[in-house]
Design a protein around this ligand. Structure first.
Ligand code: ZN
Ligand code: ZN
Length: 123
């Protein structure tokens, strides 16, 4: 069981499914919304229970980004035409039982750090 919540606690989420796609996203949208690298994993929509008032922001026609309107925590990412929702690993309580698999959108990453963990990097 994975459980997480936003900084203020008004949004809670949990899943009993095994998340996939454990990754760190370096894209410009995640950088700006999260303040840095956004770490996430995804499950099928029906396997993710969300409680609380999520505010959704469509940064593009492709996907929506869910965050807490009170404390600003960036918690969810949802593509328009996929049946999955990604959730922020930073909001999950330890132990997560998860291990990072890859870095994505590294072509957009900030120039102030290097990725040196040897994991796959996708442009
Ligand atoms: Zn909050
Ligand atoms: Zn991103």
């Amino acid at each position: 069981m994975i459980k997480g919540h936003c900084l203020c606690g008004s949004i809670q989420f949990e899943t009993e499914a095994t998340p996939k796609g454990v990754s760190m996203c370096h894209c410009g949208q995640c950088r700006r919304q999260s303040g840095g690298i956004w770490s996430s994993a995804y499950v099928q929509d029906e396997d993710l229970v969300i409680r609380g008032p999520v505010r959704w922001f469509a940064a593009s026609t492709h996907a929506r980004r869910g965050f807490c309107a009170d404390c600003g925590s960036f918690l969810f990412w949802k593509a328009q035409d996929e049946g999955t929702t990604s959730f922020a690993l930073g909001a999950v309580s330890n132990p997560t039982g998860l291990t990072l698999e890859k870095h994505i959108f590294v072509a957009d990453k900030g120039d102030y750090y290097d990725i040196a963990d040897g994991l796959p990097q996708k442009d």
